[in-house]
Design a protein around this ligand. Structure first.
Ligand code: PEP
Ligand code: MN
Length: 337
């Protein structure tokens, strides 16, 4: 429930209402603004109805949030949220390109790839140090050594770094070495992890689970935001369907659907969405055209040697081509690169 107070309402009025919300076992939120104070009340709307706040003399308007996700809903926050990764904004009028290898494999591999994507116009660097792989025999990532490489390369190139977090005990370590956490598709509903990331002040890129609905994704985001971290970027990365021609089915419907339901920025991962290098660029253009706030793309200095996801990783010159051709699609959607 959103409670807009009248301009003359004092802090005491806000405190009194918040105390009554708390007495009902619900969670009050205090959001002072330039002209008016807005209060939020999280909990069962039927119970909150008992407060009869619509007839309170200092309350201007009460709006129920009908969606099961509250803080991430458009009803709660009508304007687009912009989340910054380092000094790079994601959301609003901007279209942000994040690029880099699937996994961090060596200092030279990450550095060469980072320099190449930067030269083509990428503004953030991706690369996994902890890799949740389908097979226990596949490359699992360099762990701490990978994080240290990420830190060195981002310091040298000035590109903010994004890397995957797979367990709660790694949060501090990842925090110290990167500008944003990536929660992978396999961990989208790792609720303990989401709650802990909610206590952080660094952005979280939350990837949609491969069998998760848009509602599931928004509920997962709500876990993070409900703990206080509102810097969440949603990511559509393809879902499992009956279709076997591509690794996943990139659900671009999700972009306008999420835009309607949530104020959070949403980016697209055409690499995992297709699993096939030659389909990455067309789907990246489509992502821009349908209103996504950015893309996250796998690029490797030499995909033939990649220890993970080589088949979907772009060669640096293909990424350069993507960046050259992206602009009209971004502009058609009313954004800028
Ligand atoms: C990745 O980004 O390399 C990755 C593992 O992605 P996802 O979690 O979407 O499968
Ligand atoms: Mn990958």
């Amino acid at each position: 429930m959103i409670i807009v107070l009248r301009p003359e309402a004092t802090k005491d009025v806000a405190d009194e209402i918040m105390a009554r919300i708390e007495e009902l076992g619900c969670k009050p939120l205090y959001m002072p603004g330039a002209e008016r104070t807005v209060l939020g009340a999280l909990g069962d709307e039927r119970i909150l109805g008992q407060l009869r706040l619509d007839s309170h003399p200092m309350v201007e308007k009460v709006t129920e949030i009908l969606a099961p996700y509250k803080l991430v809903s458009r009803e709660f926050h009508p304007h687009d949220t912009v989340v910054s990764i380092g000094d790079v904004p994601v959301g609003g009028d901007k279209f942000t390109v994040i690029a880099g290898p699937c996994s961090i494999e060596s200092f030279d591999q990450l550095r060469d790839t980072a320099l190449a994507v930067k030269a083509s116009g990428a503004s953030c660097l991706r690369g996994g140090a902890y890799k949740p792989r389908t097979s226990p025999y596949a490359f699992q990532g360099l762990g701490l050594e990978g994080l240290e490489i990420m830190q060195k390369v981002t310091a040298e190139t000035g590109l903010p770094g994004i890397t995957e977090i797979v367990e709660v005990s790694d949060i501090e370590r990842v925090y110290d070495h990167a500008s944003a956490f990536q929660v992978g598709a396999r961990n989208m509903q790792n609720f303990r992890l989401l709650l802990e990331l909610g206590k952080s002040d660094k952005p979280v890129i939350l990837k949609r689970g491969m069998a998760a609905s848009v509602k599931d994704l928004l509920m997962a985001a709500e876990y993070i935001v409900s703990e206080g971290n509102s810097k969440v970027i949603l990511c559509e990365r393809g879902i499992r369907t009956f279709e076997t021609a591509t690794r996943n089915t990139l659900d671009l419907n999700a972009i306008p659907v999420i835009k309607k339901r949530s104020h959070l920025p949403v980016i697209v991962d055409p690499s995992h969405g297709t699993g096939v290098r030659e389909f990455v660029n067309p789907m990246a253009f489509a992502a821009a055209a349908c209103g996504a706030d950015g893309i996250i793309v796998e690029v490797h200095r030499n995909p033939a040697e990649a220890l993970s996801d080589g088949a979907q990783s772009l060669f640096p010159d293909q990424f350069a081509d993507l960046m050259r051709k992206l602009k009209p699609f971004v502009e058609a959607a009313g954004k800028e690169l």
